[in-house]
Design a protein around this ligand. Structure first.
Ligand code: PGA
Length: 249
């Protein structure tokens, strides 16, 4: 088991509605009790105000799914880190593979987003991960190290304040989970890379994401360098999400 307080983050992606969110949060709050780990949900941006109202005073924290690379100004459609902060946002996912793929986010964009979040006092959850092809070609370590290196390069010693999420692209939404051994091996590579960058690498939480669910969470979370989970599909079902929360420490 990891030495760090674990973090279970729900990435709702582009799902939900005012009514569905209210029902889901109601179920989560009814069942979450006093969790041993940190718990955060990341709804679509338009619902941050609603979720702030529903979660205030509860043990569940609020996260965003993205943040602008800019501070403010003529950037139509963007939302800045300070704006997220206005809604009580504590975490922001940056560099999710769906944004790297569909919105052409580069390693440099992701590094700047992490920097903007940190400057606003928001913890970036920096996602890294290889595609199936990259894994088959033996490129996994190279890819995740390249992705994390950009964030380290731009953020220097502040990198001790980030959360990293290892999300193999082939495991996201596919039902194909990395084995605990596969995930731990990559987490150890990332930990070693962080150690070379900061003396506080031991406190950086490295989450696993990719088809984590109520049935496989405990085994993944028992690995020494797996400090929590970034949960997609299973975060939309309260019973499943709560089971993952209770599997964490
Ligand atoms: P999944 O998504 O749990 O549905 O695989 C994880 C993620 O994309 O963060």
């Amino acid at each position: 088991m990891s030495k760090r307080k674990q973090l279970i983050a729900g990435n709702w992606k582009m799902n939900g509605s005012l009514a569905a969110n209210e029902a889901l949060v109601g179920e989560l709050l009814a069942g979450v009790g006093q969790p041993a780990c940190d718990v955060v949900v990341c709804p679509p941006g338009v619902y941050l105000g609603q979720l702030q109202r529903l979660l205030t005073g509860s043990p569940i924290e609020l996260g965003a799914q993205n943040v602008s690379t800019h501070d403010n100004g003529a950037f139509t459609g963007d939302v800045s880190a300070d704006m997220l902060k206005d809604f009580g946002v504590r975490y922001a996912i940056v560099g999710h593979s769906e944004r790297r793929q569909h919105q052409a986010e580069s390693d440099v964009h992701v590094a700047i987003k992490a920097k903007r979040a940190l400057a606003a006092g928001i913890t970036p959850i920096v996602c890294v991960g290889e595609t199936l092809r990259e894994r088959e070609e033996g490129m996994t370590d190279f890819i995740v190290k390249r992705q994390l290196a950009a964030v380290i390069h731009l953020n220097g010693h502040c990198v001790s304040e980030i959360v990293v999420a290892y999300e193999p692209v082939w495991a996201i939404g596919t039902g194909k989970t990395a084995t605990p051994e596969q995930a731990q091996a990559v987490h150890a590579v990332l930990r070693a890379q962080l150690k070379a960058a900061t003396e506080h690498a031991d406190r950086v939480r490295i989450l696993y994401g990719g088809s984590m669910n109520a049935a496989n969470a405990a085994e993944l979370l028992a690995q020494p360098d797996i400090d929590g989970g970034l949960i997609g599909g299973a975060a939309l079902k309260s019973a499943d999400f709560l089971k993952i929360v209770s599997a964490a420490q």
